[in-house]
Design a protein around this ligand. Structure first.
Ligand code: HMG
Ligand code: MG
Length: 298
């Protein structure tokens, strides 16, 4: 294993746009994703095959996946909550599947209307069929570092859910700091506990930057050996079923930090910043990415 190589998962088109109040035209989403695909990113999460009533901003999932220019060096993923979602995703030829659930019951119920146990049962055939179709599968766990409804989340519960996902056959587990409340000490403590049972090679960190701690959390996770990180270009994002959730860590800032630590991301920073400029112009408001704001000021 190349210790320096890190994987960046771009979730901007999905996590970034799912919470947008203004409708973004399908052709604009496609145009933006095509630009992102030219930056060296190896994974882009395009959209969600969830119920459009729950996430209206991504109601055009079929058209987006069908419209994006395919590129052999990029794997295009989508969020899938159940068998119906998987069927829709496979029909339009998604490359990779992302399933999701929460570590806290209340958030899980609000987000997907099921208990955690019911969700694991729902995901069982989803992961099985996705693997049969030869797709990589990542599994998100939300509210790993705390829940907006329940407060503290027991790390043993997180480990048990991660183990269940891995037993179902997911290739990677992404730990969601859904409302951006984690601090580096907590990230370290959770990862150290987790590493006693699960190889950190299968773990990704999915930081939201609600309280400005996302990059510090990435640093803590990187030092412990995590090599996969999720980000959204321009710092877009947030979970609509988690009050107060704001953007993902900006992919530009993530790339800068990791390259500065000696890691290899394979991403062209200037091109990524240009993608940030493009989506900021479309949304007509300032977005949180530090790199984007520096570029716009110079
Ligand atoms: P439900 O109402 O319990 O669904 O919603 P159901 O299974 O009872 O079915 C009700 C109806 O929905 C049926 O239609 C189904 O066919 C239909 P009817 O028979 O009444 O005509 N249906 C669907 N239609 C289209 N696509 C589907 C689908 N499934 C059922 N896939 C459900 C359950 C999961 C569908 C709903 O709760 C939902 O769509 N939730 C999505 C929530 C969401 O997307 N949240 C944001 C993403 S998670 C996140 O952001 C966190 C993350 O970033 C990590 C982090 O930051 O922590 C990943
Ligand atoms: Mg998220």
């Amino acid at each position: 294993m190349n210790e320096k190589k890190v994987k960046i998962r771009e979730v901007g088109p999905r996590d970034g746009l799912q919470n947008e109040r203004q409708w973004i035209e399908t052709e604009d989403k496609i145009n933006w994703i095509n630009q992102l695909a030219e930056t060296g990113l190896s994974y882009i999460e395009l959209t969600s095959f969830v119920h459009p009533k729950w996430i209206p901003a991504l109601a055009d999932a079929n058209e987006v996946v069908k419209g994006v220019k395919r590129n052999k060096s990029v794997s295009f993923g989508a969020l899938v909550p159940n068998e119906r979602g998987l069927e829709r995703a496979l029909q339009v030829g998604i490359d990779e599947v992302a399933v999701f659930l929460s570590a806290s019951e209340t958030h899980n119920r609000k987000n997907i209307n099921k208990s955690i146990k019911e969700t694991i049962n729902i995901l069982k055939p989803v992961v099985y069929q996705a693997k049969l179709a030869d797709k990589s599968v990542r599994g998100y766990i939300s509210t790993v570092f705390g829940c907006p409804y329940e407060g503290n989340v027991n790390v043993q519960r997180v480990i048990a859910i991660a183990q269940s996902l891995l037993e179902l056959g997911v290739d990677e587990v992404s730990l969601g700091d859904t409302t951006g409340i984690a601090t580096p000490n907590q990230v370290e403590a959770v990862l150290q506990e987790l590493a006693r049972k699960i190889s950190l090679e299968t773990i990704a960190l999915h930081p939201h930057d609600t309280r400005g701690t996302a990059l510090a959390n990435v640093f803590a996770a990187y030092r412990l050996g995590v090599r996969t990180f999720d980000g959204a270009t321009a710092g877009l994002g947030g979970c609509p079923y988690a009050p107060g959730a704001s953007g993902n860590v900006a992919t530009e800032d993530l790339v800068y930090l990791l390259e500065g630590l000696g890691a290899q991301t394979g991403i062209h920073l200037e091109r990524l910043v240009n993608c940030g400029k493009w989506i900021q112009n479309k949304l007509k408001r300032n977005l949180p990415s530090h790199h984007l704001q520096i570029a716009l000021a110079s």
